[in-house]
Write a protein that binds this ligand. Sequence first.
Ligand code: 13P
Length: 255
Amino acid sequence: MGYQHAVTAYRPLIAGNWKMHGVEASLGEARAIGAWLEESPASARVAICPPATLIARLSAAMIGLPVEIGAQDCHSEANGAFTGDVSAEMVAEAGARLVILGHSERRAMHGESDAIVARKVAAALGVGLEPIICVGESLEERKAGAAVTIVEHQVRGSAPEILAGRPFAIAYEPVWAIGTGLVPTLAEIEDVHGAIRDVLGSLFGQAAGAVAILYGGSVKASNAAEILSAENVGGALVGGASLRAADFLPIIAAA
Ligand code: 13P
């Protein structure tokens, strides 16, 4: 499918989402990734998004190494009576520079709507975090032929106007491809990514061409090069295969 907005040059982003995996001992994997990248600089930006408890320690371990640190979520409010939550300022102070927002696991298990995600985006921007805004259809929606419509709607609802002129990324993660080993065809990925580029163009004009649109869902060493070569794919958001250096590094090298 054709898209109307020209893509400008930007560095692809390969981000690892550790989800609820990782304790102190896991820092060794991150150190191995950092050391390897120092020796063999990647063409892509590389980020690791550990659980909130590891952000500060991972940031300290990565000082001087070409690995950026991200959080997996933040609250939409600056502070308050929100037991168990962390604010954008808290994760930024701990060392995060990016933040994943609206991941399908948070949308499904924590009831996050597009409107909530949009408010979290505003909170993140308020402290200088770069949001990675996640969207993606369910299997039922894909089977019903509604994937593009659903994703367009999510982008419109989750990417507020305040993003204009600010760095951010979108991650297309079909829910049925997460942790399942299933991956859409390249044509299906390009179809959705082209639609996302078009929506961003209608929201942000020319600047839409500089937004990295990541693909996520069962990315691994064996499929990364093909996925990353697809039109309008500007990187990857990697779950399971980001937990070990031996699995993550070949994906980085494929970018
Ligand atoms: P997997 O790579 O484990 O499928 O997870 C994808 C994901 O949800 C990244 O945010």
